[in-house]
Design a binder for this molecule. Structure first.
Ligand SMILES: NC(=O)c1ccc[n+]([C@@H]2O[C@H](COP(=O)([O-])OP(=O)(O)OC[C@H]3O[C@@H](n4cnc5c(N)ncnc54)[C@H](OP(=O)(O)O)[C@@H]3O)[C@@H](O)[C@H]2O)c1
Length: 343
């Protein structure tokens, strides 16, 4: 085969506030690759099918943050790709892989030695759309599952408040909470998403935090045994004030301040004292070895059986990666933001 285009998507400058795709990113269509003849150097070659665009990527653009991207670097994130050629025994041509990869059409993995655990072959016995392995059956679903198991510690009859409830992490937390017998309150940023939470996911109460008072809605719902925090800022402060005795707060994300917005000061920490509230940060990667087998044995099957519903927001074309990220950061996505390489 003659060389074919191998476009990639680069980070070229740090944003101040929300990213500006035209300024901060570059779609580089100049590169080519010869998939049949490129030297694998003992590694393997993959062709990208789907890429995941996630809120944490905004943090990677700020110098000095954990694992920040370097100027000129090709974006990296979770993806689903197909093995085109392989010189490693673990992966065969045609295998579908899930793992962290560059945002490009073809990826050559030559420095493979010892890095096999970074990839997982997706057997997909449940015949799910492969993109689902980036959402509810991927890192965000794991975040929900691992976080509830390790920090949320739910018991039937308890109550939970989930912020950003209509996003992929929130949807998963809400549905597990219902399945485990909890009473669920969700907040989200549009009436359409509120309707989805109430009518499709069947959670007990949901409200639009842009048009209702979070303080009043939480008070009306009653005391909280668990607060799942995707947002931080004022929402966290309201939750702190309404926690029940020995309540748990899972600090999963702080999206209200990812773009340098002013975080409103937390005033209600003292409520944790008499109520003996536990508040703990969650990092999905560190819980992987503990829960990964249980997760893959449970979640894809529940999705196949219709016990877990999901929504996706799919955009076609690598050149749109930056716009998709902005959409996620502004709450314009409805469900898991996925970048599909081709029609
Ligand atoms: N700790 C971990 O290991 C880990 C792993 C994965 C994800 N996370 C965190 O989990 C959270 C949810 O991630 P996701 O992948 O499920 O994303 P997502 O919910 O699909 O997308 C982000 C959503 O955040 C909401 N949002 C944006 N700006 C907001 C603001 N100022 N105030 C309140 N809500 C805002 C928007 O929904 P609305 O329309 O509802 O506003 C938007 O759709 C994020 O905070 C993310 O960083 C943490």
């Amino acid at each position: 085969m003659a060389p074919v285009p191998n476009p990639c998507y680069r980070f070229v400058s740090a944003p101040a506030g929300y990213p500006d795709p035209a300024k901060n990113f570059q779609y580089d269509a100049s590169r080519t690759i010869d998939p049949d003849n490129v030297d694998l150097k003992g590694g393997f070659l993959t062709q990208t099918q789907f890429l995941s665009v996630d809120p944490y990527m905004r943090g990677r653009m700020d110098a000095g943050t954990f694992d920040c991207w370097k100027v000129g670097q090709v974006w990296a994130g979770f993806g689903i790709s197909e093995v085109i050629r392989s010189e490693v025994p673990e992966f065969q041509e045609g295998d579908i892989l899930y793992g962290i990869q560059p945002f490009e059409h073809y990826s050559l993995h030559t420095k493979y030695e010892g890095r096999g655990k970074l990839w997982r072959v997706i057997h997909n016995h449940e015949d799910l759309p492969l993109s689902v392995y980036l959402g509810m059956a991927g890192m965000p679903g794991k975040t929900a599952y691992y976080g509830m198991k390790s920090i949320g510690d739910p018991k039937a009859g308890e109550s939970i408040f989930v912020s950003t409830a209509a996003g992929v992490v929130g949807q998963t937390v809400c549905q597990f909470s219902k399945a485990w017998g909890l009473k669920v309150l969700g907040s989200t940023g549009s009436d359409e998403k509120v309707k989805f939470l109430r009518e499709e996911l069947g959670i007990d109460q949901a409200f639009n935090y842009k048009t209702s008072s979070t303080a009043e809605e939480v008070k009306k719902f009653g005391g909280l045994d668990i607060y799942w925090d995707n947002v931080g800022s004022e929402t966290l402060d309201v939750a702190l004030k309404n926690m029940n005795l020995k309540g748990r707060i899972v600090v999963c994300g702080q999206i209200a301040s990812y773009n340098g917005e002013d975080t409103k000061g937390i005033k209600n920490i003292f409520h944790m004292v008499y109520n003996e509230v536990k508040m703990q940060g969650l990092h999905v990667s560190t819980l992987e070895s503990q829960y990964v087998d249980e997760f893959y044995a449970t979640v894809p099957k529940m999705i196949e059986e219709g016990k877990l519903k999901y929504t996706e927001d799919v955009t076609i074309g690598l050149e749109n990666a930056g716009e998709v990220l902005v959409k996620v950061l502004k709450g314009q996505n409805v469900g898991k933001a996925i970048l599909q390489m081709w029609e």
